[in-house]
Design a binder for this molecule. Structure first.
Ligand SMILES: *[C@@H]1O[C@H](CO)[C@@H](O)[C@H](O)[C@H]1NC(C)=O
Ligand SMILES: *[C@@H]1O[C@H](CO)[C@@H](O)[C@H](O)[C@H]1NC(C)=O
Ligand SMILES: *[C@@H]1O[C@H](CO)[C@@H](O)[C@H](O)[C@H]1NC(C)=O
Ligand SMILES: *[C@@H]1O[C@H](CO)[C@@H](O)[C@H](O)[C@H]1NC(C)=O
Ligand SMILES: *[C@@H]1O[C@H](CO)[C@@H](O)[C@H](O)[C@H]1NC(C)=O
Length: 549
């Protein structure tokens, strides 16, 4: 007989008690290295990014707001600083910045609000002697009067609510989205999968959130994209920055479809149209519907998930930034994985991409420096370098043209975590090009000199940004710099790059921050603001506390 293993979480992490599905590395041999006590000296532990007191964290799950309290669940390893035996953990906040970590641990959940009541929908695993398969389960809060909703129950009479049937590959069937209601009053949700090597998002419908029927065709699929994890599907307003409830439809609404590609570990999205009668999503013409498409973040950011914050009328994005350090170093520091600062997102004026910005609440931590916002004046089109048509991959272009390679208009930008003689530095910079008499900006985050430590992954990241010359002639660059993470927002949040860095020398008072221009043309800096950030207040119920360095 099959047994349902409830305490297993997965969005992208699938753990089966005696075997492992390869969606995250599993370091069995490193378990023995796991130290029992976490060192007090923690130069890379962040001040205002979300992280648990210890151990490995991956996907954000079920972010939401209920009765004025934000909830964030996340996947957490019980094996220490390495992935494995993943369970759910839970934290709450009133401002998305200061958090209380609760002692609830559950499996992968995704709440949808039916008549104002949260329901969590998550992927579980059914295990038999012959095989394992992925199913969708639901859970409800035990006590709606508990402001923190710490306890959740999983009614056995109707779980699992969705099982893989027909052509569905039962080992590749996970991550239900937040549900939305069509004009017919029927609820829908979509689940990530693949058929052959084509990524697909299967669609299900229900009246009561308990009985689900599979639609004949998926909501969307794309050729040769491999397994789709953590799909996210939501409406955005054509005008303005306000977010929309997940069920909103209408003439001034576009839809966003995002997937996390298991094969490349990138989150990409398209903007398109949702037809609620046919239950089909169609990306706009010209959108690239594969790994080369638009990304929320061109650095480290995976398994992301949005929710609609109805109190502030905004759509909020969460995403996981994994480590770039070696597993041995992770084990030494006792933890691995951060959540990027939560961001609001909305449709850009041109309707062709999203823009993102750190949630406003993060500004309450500003005192003097480490949230840096610089604005450069856009040079004249005649004064910038000509773009070579063969430059199609921004990441490769950034690697071949680091900050030391001079151009006319750029590189200019920020040097973060720089030590006295620049042996260590992380360069976040822009270059401006003329491409067929239009501006193209290349944004780079260059980690190649970020640390003297050899074992880190120091990949350079890059993104192209289309710039409308009428955009006030300004190019902004904002970086949130927090110990071992640098999150950079280029040109009003048109491209975001998250990087992880572990300086050895540029720590504490030895760390310096510079603005630089290494292009031959002058670049005017029209404004520069920098704030130091206070530590966010984090309460761990029961777990460890960390001292500052
Ligand atoms: C539900 O939560 C409220 C608020 O915390 C508490 O007063 C009440 O005793 C709880 N009810 C049960 C049945 O646990
Ligand atoms: C089903 O998915 C699993 C996990 O990704 C994969 O190993 C297997 O080859 C798939 N089977 C088929 C028939 O595609
Ligand atoms: C992605 O899609 C674009 C446009 O449809 C296509 O030109 C390109 O070859 C695709 N790339 C991959 C890796 O499939
Ligand atoms: C985590 O980081 C490593 C190395 O930096 C990378 O190769 C891997 O794909 C990352 N995983 C995810 C899920 O982002
Ligand atoms: C600027 O370019 C010079 C000459 O190539 C180089 O020595 C210097 O390190 C560069 N500055 C930065 C920030 O890379």
């Amino acid at each position: 007989m099959n047994t349902v293993l409830w305490l297993i979480g997965l969005c992208c992490a699938v753990f089966i008690s005696h075997g492992v599905e390869a969606s995250h590395p599993y370091y069995r041999n490193f378990q023995s290295l796991q130290s029992t006590s976490i060192p007090i000296y923690q130069p890379y532990r962040t001040g205002y990014h979300f992280q648990p007191s210890k151990n490995y964290m991956n996907d954000p799950n079920a972010p939401n707001i209920y009765n004025g309290i934000y909830h964030l669940f996340y996947q957490w390893s019980t094996l220490g600083a390495v992935w494995g035996n993943v369970v759910w953990a839970h934290a709450t906040s009133t401002d998305l910045v200061n958090w209380i970590h609760h002692n609830m641990r559950l499996s992968h959940l995704n709440p949808t609000f039916v008549q104002g009541k949260p329901i969590i929908q998550y992927t579980g695993i059914i295990k038999s002697n012959q095989w394992n398969y992925q199913v969708e389960d639901m859970a409800v809060p035990k006590n709606l009067s508990d402001p923190y909703l710490v306890e959740w129950v999983k009614p056995i009479e109707y779980n699992p609510v969705i099982k893989p049937t027909g052509i569905i590959n039962a080992s590749a069937f996970r991550d239900p989205t937040t549900g939305w209601q069509g004009p017919d009053g029927i609820w829908r949700l979509t689940i990530g999968s693949k058929v052959g090597n084509n990524g697909i998002s299967f669609l299900y419908r229900s009246d009561d959130f308990i009985h689900w029927t599979k639609a004949e065709h998926g909501l969307h699929w794309a050729k040769d994209t491999g397994m789709w994890e953590c799909p996210d599907f939501f409406p955005v307003a054509v005008d303005g920055k306000e977010g929309l409830d997940t069920s909103v439809l209408g003439p001034n609404v576009k839809h966003v479809f995002k997937v996390s590609l298991d094969d490349t570990k990138h989150d990409y999205y398209t903007i398109g149209t949702y037809n609620p009668e046919k239950d089909k999503y169609t990306p706009d013409e010209g959108s690239i519907d594969n790994d080369s498409g638009l990304r929320y973040d061109y650095g480290k950011f995976y398994a992301s998930k949005t929710f609609f914050d109805h109190e502030k009328n905004r759509r909020v994005l969460w995403g996981w930034a994994n480590e770039s350090s070696s597993v041995a170093d992770d084990v030494k520091k006792g933890w691995a994985g951060l959540q990027a600062v939560s961001r609001t997102l909305w449709l850009a004026e041109n309707g062709k991409q999203l823009k993102q910005w750190p949630v406003k609440e993060i500004e309450q931590l500003r005192t003097k420096r480490a949230d840096v916002d610089v604005i450069f004046k856009l040079p004249k089109l005649e004064e910038v370098d000509i773009m070579d048509p063969s430059w199609v991959n921004p990441q490769l272009l950034c690697s071949s043209k680091p900050a030391s390679v001079q151009g006319k208009s750029g590189p200019f930008g920020l040097l973060a975590w720089a030590c006295k003689n620049f042996e260590e530095r992380t360069a976040i910079f822009l270059r401006v090009f003329n491409h067929q008499n239009k501006y193209v900006v290349l944004m780079c985050s260059d980690q190649s000199m970020s640390s003297l430590e050899e074992s880190n992954d120091k990949t350079t990241y890059g993104a192209f940004i289309d710039v409308d010359p009428h955009d006030d002639h300004m190019l902004s660059l904002r970086s949130l710099i927090d110990r071992s993470i640098v999150e950079s927002y280029g040109v009003d949040g048109k491209a975001v790059i998250t990087a992880r860095v572990y300086p050895k020398l540029a720590i504490g008072n030895e760390a310096r921050l510079y603005v630089f221009n290494n292009g031959t043309e002058n670049v005017k800096m029209s404004s520069m603001k920098a704030w130091s950030m206070k530590k966010a207040e984090i309460k761990y119920l029961k777990d460890l506390e960390f001292s500052d360095i």
